[in-house]
Design a protein. Structure first.
Length: 170
């Protein structure tokens, strides 16, 4: 699965898009940019990848889980993966919280090194660029093209539905 993270400084939003296999497009969520150094979803991705945590959000998404927040039709097998790994999903969020706290306090670990690299890439993105990862790698590459051969989604593309069905700037 390829995952592309982008930011739109003008609209103060960030988001991601993914491609599973050759044809399955997964529209990610769009959220407020916050501090702007690294997005919540990017932190979660990097921590899960760097720790080899395969039953968190990103590992399950790569295996076909169908989360409401992605805007894809929920399937029985996709929902079953989530139900089976509900505790693992909660634990993944806790693990990410611990690693981001350690990183922000200056602790140097293999995860903090991966977070530092991702934060440098993410905060340095120019308009139209994105950081692209191949799951389960914690090392991303900056790209000028959109993940699917398109421009990354951004404020210029209107609005789209975020988690919970609310309209949000994209």
């Amino acid at each position: 699965m390829r995952v592309a993270f982008y930011r739109d400084d003008e609209a103060r939003v960030t988001g991601w898009n993914a491609l599973r296999g050759k044809r399955t497009r997964i529209p990610g969520t769009v959220m407020a940019l916050g501090r702007g150094d690294i997005s919540h979803d990017l932190v979660q991705y990097v921590v899960e990848a760097a720790t080899g945590y395969e039953t968190g959000f990103w590992g399950l998404l790569s295996r076909g889980a169908t989360f409401k927040s992605t805007g894809r039709k929920r399937t029985q097998p996709g929902r079953a993966l989530i139900v089976e790994h509900r505790a693992d999903l909660d634990r993944a969020e806790q693990i990410a919280g611990l690693h981001i706290a350690a990183w922000r306090s200056g602790d140097r670990t293999p995860v903090s090194i991966a977070l530092e690299r991702a934060a440098e890439q993410f905060s340095g993105l120019a308009p139209g660029e994105e950081v692209v990862f191949d799951w389960p790698s914690a090392a991303g590459e900056v790209s000028r093209r959109g993940l699917l051969g398109e421009r990354p989604a951004g404020a210029a593309h209107g609005c789209r539905r975020a988690a919970g069905g609310a309209r949000s700037p994209a």
